[in-house]
Design a protein around this ligand. Structure first.
Ligand SMILES: Cc1cc2nc3c(=O)[nH]c(=O)nc-3n(C[C@H](O)[C@H](O)[C@H](O)COP(=O)(O)OP(=O)(O)OC[C@H]3O[C@@H](n4cnc5c(N)ncnc54)[C@H](O)[C@@H]3O)c2cc1C
Length: 428
């Protein structure tokens, strides 16, 4: 680290959380150093995804119009897949609250915003320890180098090895995380518009569950970027370890080659393949404290990601919690310093925000994820009913009769189905 070694604030990680915090603090005139282990911000992130705009608007205001937005999502699709058949629910609208983007491009844009505001970003530095002295975090170390600060913001992402090193969190357990794998397929703008029924600038976000993940709790996704599509899987790691029979890359390949999907990207070129962990357990994997003497924890490192199956909110939650950490730091500074009691306003801000409210309220999908039987039975029920209703031979089957037969085949009692559905809906 060939930079001066005393700063107001050091941020570890230039992902959405670290960069949003750096931008907000540097704008206020703090002396901010952001350390990133990758060759550039977002370098370790996978390509395309969908990001909700409103939290980013709160941070960047009108500047967000300069972000690398690929398409505004105007079409949402949710499909149950059983073998070669699928049942879909599609929602179309003129309004849009989310956009597709390449996450590395967005991460770079956010880091550039922090730099423009005055933060110093240093790349290719892996922080290997957080320095702790006399009951307070005092800086960070990387090999023989050390840098000191009045406040360290940990935005290191899901692996959180630094927090583990400090004894603030335990080693990640498989049931606390999901494994994601993704391919990005270059296709061309016109072909995407034609094949997905989109107009220029319009995007689609598509989630699929069922046999597409071998009924392992999790799901598949398809996002349309400007001239490419991102396809991939997210699997609950606790289940995947026990139940996956093949490499996850083979499962992504099966998704790409699925008979009902493959024509959508048939002549495209695969640009990228990658895998990554993502937090899954919500509040259960949060460190006991997110604010300590001289330390704030934000983004995925704090377990602050929402995955409710039909959508994943990682980037906007990370950015917004980075922003809240910065606001808390500003208030703590005005109160006299970065003590645990002054910084605890961060936890209050989090509790009062949509982030914590969503994480604690929308626990229904978490329950569904731990209910592997339900995860298998639901797609079978949906596809079983639809195939009976639509595949007409001589007789025309009634809907209720088709549903009843499919329900029995899927192994659902009527009352248990109603009870589970009621419990789930109440928590969603
Ligand atoms: C397959 C998959 C698909 C996803 N799709 C979406 C999606 O469509 N929409 C969405 O909103 N979210 C999505 N997510 C989640 C989203 O990517 C994360 O929630 C988000 O990136 C978290 O931001 P963060 O800043 O907390 O952490 P990260 O983005 O992980 O950033 C952490 C940064 O810290 C750096 N770092 C780590 N350790 C160190 C160290 N010791 N020293 C220096 N630097 C360090 C890393 O290199 C990285 O740049 C997806 C995740 C996966 C796995």
């Amino acid at each position: 680290m060939d930079v001066k070694n005393k700063w107001d604030i050091i941020i570890v990680g230039a992902g959405p959380a670290g960069s949003a915090a750096g931008y907000t603090l540097a704008k206020k005139g703090f002396d901010v150093l952001i350390l990133e282990r990758g060759r550039q911000p977002g370098y370790k992130e996978l390509f395309g995804g969908r990001v909700y705009a409103e939290p980013l608007k709160k941070i960047y205001g009108n500047e967000l119009s300069g972000a690398p937005i690929h398409r505004w999502v105007k079409k949402e699709k949710l499909s149950f897949v059983d073998g070669n058949k699928l049942v879909s629910l599609e929602y179309q609208s003129d309004t849009s609250t989310s956009f597709t983007t390449y996450l590395p491009q967005l991460a770079k844009w956010m880091a550039d915003k922090a730099s423009e505001a005055g933060a110093l970003l240093v790349e290719e530095v892996t922080v290997d320890r957080i320095l702790y002295k006399d009951g307070k975090v005092v800086g960070v170390g990387s090999g023989p180098d050390e840098a000191y600060a009045d406040l360290v913001i940990d935005a290191e992402g899901v692996n959180r090895l630094l927090l583990e090193g400090l004894g603030l969190v335990e080693k990640l357990k498989p049931e606390q995380v999901a494994i994601g794998a993704k391919e990005t397929i270059k296709l061309g703008e016109d072909k995407i518009n034609e094949r997905f029924g989109l107009s220029k600038g319009e995007g689609m976000a598509w989630l699929l569950m069922g046999s597409i993940t071998d009924y392992i709790p999790g799901g598949a996704f398809v996002y349309t970027n400007k001239d490419s599509v991102s396809i991939g899987l997210v699997l609950h790691l606790g289940h995947a370890i026990k139940e996956v029979k093949e490499h996850i890359s083979q499962m992504v390949e099966k998704l790409r080659l699925h008979p009902q999907l493959r024509n959508l990207w048939i002549d495209g070129d695969i640009m990228e393949y990658g895998g990554h962990l993502t937090p899954e357990a919500g509040p259960a994997m949060m460190p006991k404290k997110l604010a300590l003497n001289g330390l704030l924890i934000t983004g995925d490192a704090g377990g602050l990601l929402l995955n409710v199956g039909y959508t994943i909110r990682g980037v906007d939650f990370a950015a917004y919690t980075g922003y809240l950490a910065a606001e808390a730091a500003i208030e703590a500074h005005e109160k006299g310093g970065f003590t645990e009691s002054n910084l605890s306003v961060y936890e209050k801000k989090l509790r009062d925000s949509f982030v914590y409210k969503d994480l604690t309220r929308l626990t229904g999908m978490q329950d569904l994820y731990s209910d592997a039987k339900m995860f298998k039975a639901l797609p079978k029920l949906a596809v079983g009913t639809a195939s009976r209703v639509f595949e007409i031979g001589l007789e025309t089957p009634g809907i209720w009769n088709s549903f009843t037969q499919a329900r029995k085949e899927a192994g659902f009692g009527l009352f248990s189905l109603a009870w589970k559905g009621y419990k789930l809906m109440k928590k969603m």
